[in-house]
Design a protein around this ligand. Structure first.
Ligand code: AKG
Ligand code: FE2
Length: 391
């Protein structure tokens, strides 16, 4: 066992999405609008809510689908856009002032990018598997079987999967696009919104127009793969994401502190360039109650990045990145979330299936109770002590 420095939960600060706890909050059930319409006290369980994922909204689309079940009849009968507008206004009305300002700033930031950023490689904004992916990845997926998928996966440590994923040409184009974005940010004197609370460099791809491409990547590839590799969190599907670039090297971030991601599953792909150092270290999966518990030796795993190669791991798999000692390392990170898992987690008490510490405690308890039963049986003479007697 070794000691652990206190770990941080990475939260978003600029993506326009809510940190985990806030995202799960529902507005007060009797919240009312300016027009005086009241939300239902209980959700309409029979209603099949609309999907809001393709709309530019200030809150998670999943939140809109959940909230729709509380809408009064008068609003339910209107169009999807009208319902979205109604719910957005309601959510804004019940958000704290600081949150409202943050949402407004983020909206203006995206609008500025949309109206004046000129894309360098237009072709990488729509998913094209044949040109994005490495042949081995395409080939494995074309087999449409678990065996085909597992044939390209290495699992060097429990719950960490590595595989060749991206084509070198696609990596080059995305790297060039990122440089082009940074130049635009500098030239236009825009204050860039960073990916999360730990990275001081890097850029959110969703803000720069990659949202629908990344959504398709999650829907068609990462979600089905995760359903096979992580059934405990992806039983249904991954239905939202936060996609960004991290950068390390001289004049950039050097390393990344020990943390867990705000995701069910995280994809981390190295795009290049030439660098040394920058290994990612993993230290076991933990639930909220045990993020700072000790490390078991078996949970220690260090991974060296290779351009084009991906790591897929649980967001709750504690990790950090060591210093990039020379050169420039750039990675594509995709935090993928499942709303159904998050809803379930609210009342799911037993995490022993996936948290290393819950599992250890449960096993210890089982051992103790087996031993206690044995001792009780010995006491009442129903069983002999384990050591055979001399005669
Ligand atoms: O630098 C890396 O490879 C890890 C990045 C990471 O863990 C994150 O951004 O959440
Ligand atoms: Fe991370």
């Amino acid at each position: 066992m070794c000691n652990l420095t206190r770990l941080r939960s990475m939260a978003l600060d600029s993506s326009g999405k809510q940190p985990e706890q806030q995202q799960q909050q529902q507005p007060p059930p009797r919240a009312s609008t300016e027009a005086g319409l009241k939300l239902r006290k209980t959700p309409n369980e029979e209603l099949e809510p609309d999907n809001y994922e393709d709309l530019q909204l200030d809150f998670s689309p999943v939140l809109f689908s959940s909230l729709e079940r509380y809408l009064p009849e008068q609003v339910l009968n209107s169009t999807r856009n009208d319902k979205a507008r109604f719910m957005r206004n309601l959510l804004l009305r019940y958000s704290p002032e600081t949150e409202r300002i943050r949402i407004q700033r983020h909206r203006e930031y995206r609008e500025k990018i949309l109206s004046s950023y000129q894309r360098l490689h237009v072709e990488i904004y729509s998913l094209d598997p044949a040109s994005f992916f490495a042949p081995s990845f395409l080939n494995a997926l074309s087999q449409k079987s678990e065996q085909g998928l597992r044939s390209i996966m290495s699992q060097p440590s429990a719950g960490i999967f590595t595989f060749e994923m991206l084509n070198p040409r696609f990596c080059e184009m995305l790297l060039a696009e990122v440089e082009h974005m940074e130049k635009w940010v500098y030239d236009s004197r825009t204050t860039i919104m960073r990916p999360n609370t730990l990275n001081k460099f890097g850029v959110v791809l969703d803000d720069f127009g990659f949202e629908s491409m990344l959504k398709k990547l999650v829907d068609d590839f990462i979600s089905p793969i995760s359903q096979v590799l992580f059934p405990e969190v992806c039983g249904t599907a991954l239905d939202s994401h936060h996609g960004f670039i991290v950068e390390y090297g001289k004049d950039r971030d050097t390393e990344l502190g020990f943390h867990v991601d705000d995701s069910e599953v995280s994809l981390n792909v190295c795009l290049g360039k030439i660098f040394s150092g920058g290994d990612v270290y993993f230290r076991g999966v933990r639930c909220d109650n045990h993020v700072n518990s000790e490390i078991n030796d078996k949970e220690m795993y260090d991974y060296s990045h290779v351009p084009g190669q991906a790591i897929l791991h649980r967001g709750r798999h504690r990790h950090g990145a060591r210093a990039t000692v020379s050169g420039h390392r750039v990675n594509l990170i995709l935090w993928c979330r499942s709303s159904s898992f998050r809803e379930m987690k609210n009342y799911q008490k037993d995490f022993s299936g996936w948290c290393g510490e819950c599992r250890r405690v449960k096993t210890d308890r089982q051992k103790l109770s087996i031993e206690a039963t044995k001792q009780a049986l010995i006491k009442i003479g129903a069983e002999k002590a384990s050591k055979p007697s001399a005669d």
